[in-house]
Design a protein around this ligand. Structure first.
Ligand SMILES: [Zn+2]
Length: 75
């Protein structure tokens, strides 16, 4: 029952980017474009590393788990 949590909710959510009605394939977004916009914002936020003056202070474990997003393309 994957949609059990939403079942019974009369309020229809809108696309957080443009507030149109979401498409099932891109929920909660209305389109792949809006999903990409949101993902882009998200990634920019994750990558926003404050001023490093040419000196890289990257830890040994430099893999960013936040960036490792499995982006499903349900075409
Ligand atoms: Zn949208």
């Amino acid at each position: 029952m994957p949609y059990g949590l939403n079942h019974g909710m009369s309020k229809t959510p809108s696309c957080p980017i443009c507030t149109k009605s979401p498409e099932d394939a891109f929920k909660p977004f209305c389109s792949k474009r809006c999903a990409d916009v949101d993902l882009g914002r998200w990634l920019k936020g994750s990558y926003a590393i404050p001023g490093v003056d040419g000196e890289a202070t990257i830890p040994a474990n430099d893999t960013n788990p936040d960036a490792d997003i499995t982006f499903r393309d349900d075409d």
